[in-house]
Design a protein around this ligand. Structure first.
Ligand SMILES: Nc1ncnc2c1ncn2[C@@H]1O[C@H](COP(=O)(O)OP(=O)(O)OP(=O)(O)O)[C@@H](O)[C@H]1O
Ligand SMILES: [Mg+2]
Length: 227
């Protein structure tokens, strides 16, 4: 299997002086195409920071990250935005939807960024809404949706560009067990269809549903187990 994410000796420090915090301390790891991986560890262990760096949302202080054949740590801001658009989809605990906008408008954001023609946007929005089972909500403002529905819309937005990688940071953190199961089942299906998925979670039952569990502690990788 091809390596899709390769992180080499990643260090990231926030703040300075007394406020200095070493969020990532020499992390190296590889993720293969088509893997479903979870990252676990205590609060503050560096999980989100690592995910942001691999998804091109931020840059490390040192080290090299290669994603889908591109050394993203070398890219300027414009190229990095283009990289994110083509390669990554993000799902966050707090959904990060625009509450006053409709489901259609929220989901079509990644396509507007890539200048997709209107007709194609409509087709693609309908297709991803079908995948998450919410076609009837297309005109509803996202503020009106339940938590589980919001996360399904966030997943629809994450997959609309057909990106090969999905980063999900505690996607079930605000959901009850029924909705968590719906979201995890959706990720399992997307993974079986070929997507590489990196899931950050505090829930060991969810982590055990992935094939590989990586554990972080104090900015270091202390365990990496494949079931
Ligand atoms: N933008 C920032 N500015 C300053 N410190 C930060 C910033 N982002 C993260 N940190 C610090 O870096 C460390 C790692 O944070 P990170 O958010 O990666 O942890 P985490 O494992 O995702 O935690 P949680 O499980 O609570 O989400 C923490 O000590 C955090 O306070
Ligand atoms: Mg976090």
């Amino acid at each position: 299997m091809k390596t899709i994410i390769k992180a080499e000796n990643i260090c990231k420090t926030f703040g300075s002086g007394d406020a200095e915090c070493k969020a990532l301390d020499d992390i190296s790891l590889e993720i293969k195409e088509g893997e479903f991986v979870s990252i676990v560890g205590r609060s503050g262990s560096g999980k989100s920071t690592f995910m942001h760096l691999c998804g091109g949302l931020d840059k490390p202080d040192s080290g090299k990250i290669t994603v889908n054949g591109t050394v993203i740590t070398d890219l300027n801001a414009n190229k990095l935005a283009d990289f994110r658009c083509k390669n990554t989809g993000f799902v966050f605990q707090a959904f990060h939807l625009e509450p006053k906008y409709t489901v259609f408008d929220n989901i079509s954001v990644p396509l507007l960024i890539s200048n997709t023609p209107k007709k194609e946007i409509k087709e693609k929005v309908n297709s991803v809404l079908e995948q998450v089972g919410l076609t009837d909500k297309i005109k509803v403002k996202t503020a009106k949706l339940s938590g589980g529905e919001k996360q399904r819309i966030a997943i629809a937005r994450a997959i609309i560009n057909n990106s090969p990688i999905i980063f999900a940071d505690e996607p079930c953190g605000n959901l009850d067990s029924t909705n968590s199961d719906i979201i995890m089942t959706m990720f399992e299906k997307l993974n079986s269809e070929g997507k590489t998925i990196i899931l950050v979670t505090h829930n060991m039952a969810d982590a055990k549903r992935t094939k590989r569990i990586i554990t972080f502690k104090d900015g270091k990788k202390i365990d990496d187990k494949t079931n």
